[in-house]
Design a protein around this ligand. Sequence first.
Ligand SMILES: [Ca+2]
Length: 530
Amino acid sequence: MKKQLLLLAAAITAVSLTACSSNSNNSSNSGAGASSSVPASPASTASASSAPGTAAPNAGIDDGKETMDITLMVPQYAEIGPSSDSELVKKLDEKLNVKLDIQWIPGASYNDKISVLAASNSLPDVYRVATQDYMQWRDKGVFMDVKPSLASYPNLTQYLPEEAWKELNGKDRYYGLPYYSIPHLFSMAIRQDWLDKLHLQMPATVDEFYNVAKAFVTDDPDGDGKNDTTGFSIIVDSDGKFENAEFLEGAFGLGNEWALKDGKLVAMQAQTEELKAFIGFLNKAYSEGVLDKNFLVMKPADARNKLWNGQVGIQRLNPNEALRLDEPNIQKNFPNAKLSQLLPAGPTGIRATQTDGMGQTKVVINAKIDPKKQQRILKLLDYMLSDEGYDLIKDGVEGVDYKKKDDGTYEKLETKDAGNLFSINFFRRADSAIQLHKYNDQNYVKQVEQWLDNNDKYDWPNYGLGLAAETEVYKKVNFATLNTKWMSTMVNIITGQAPIDDIDKAASDWLKNGGQQLTDEVNQIYQERQ
Ligand SMILES: [Ca+2]
């Protein structure tokens, strides 16, 4: 980090020197002996304003009169997005006096496409970029620093929180706009009909959670007379991290990657006391058959299938799908199935919801294009977050994507492309209701919003979010391998093949083999940004 700062300082000095020398050259070239008493000539003003670093805001103010061609690239997945000649894009074209060339690229090959375009120096004017590519090119002059321009585009800062802007950026330069991700998207869900059948209350603590999960194993909640249900599952992923277990990790006081203790960041891999409580809980659950015996080989889709098949009654879900997709699928076999939200508190009263970054994916503007075009793109993005523009990119065009009915409610119309896909896949407000539309059933909308609102109450912050990728040690040590080695000890303890005190050795090994250096560097960056 120190090295980077020195380089940055050197770069700034170089720019100021260039600016100074070009000014002094101009004054000597002007030939007037007493240059200090002479007002700046038009020539020297023009020359100074084109010097790098001093120019951008005034260099060329876009008055909006010129029609501009703008290339825009965005990934698409199952649904097809509006093409360049769609009614929706025509409205954007007219509003901004632009001709948008929209390239929807299949999501699976999107990052490869970006790499190919970067290699041939033909990146689009504005596009979405994943964390890894963003970090790789952030400091290499590929993306426009939009921070100096933000004052002119108030919707951008009004509808996107400062924390999302700062992610992966620090506080001085914003090389990308946040593609906003809902921080508390996922909920734990429980089969309410199983609770009712066994006359059990919604568990309020992790101890009650344990007892309910155990009853789901031993007390035949589906009433078929067979011992064929399990309590809950967790996932161990290929990066050596737990999934589906966030509510328990948080409840036992573990950090969401990074905890904050006395102003210092502590890696969760080194929180030995909290780990002993959490892993000890899982060990007991495993030995009593409450934790799914197959958890080690399960993928998230397997865990969800078990919920749909009625084999498990507790699972992590996306509220946007819980009532629309998960509950109906369980009901195919169990018509009375009903899902409720589950939020048990830990020993010290902590409730935690899985909490993710809000701006880990970015929308970037090409640094190499005409500054006037950059401004027009900012104007376009700003419009997309205005009331009128956001209504357009979120719900589509009235009469094309939906219609207003006589009773004042809205109805979705059949279209070949999805009029909501710019907001889903490209750019949107900090809007937790991003997947809820005016043409949805409004009772359904209220229920989903209730789940999302409940999630928001139990934030589980990652105090070192995104900082690891900025460290030097991150380039030298393979942390997926190091974390996986650490995780193998955790798994051995959970499954009863190693004693709980092995946590101390796993933590010290993790620190010794790169974790301590990571912790030191991450703390240094964290302090610099406070
Ligand atoms: Ca049964």
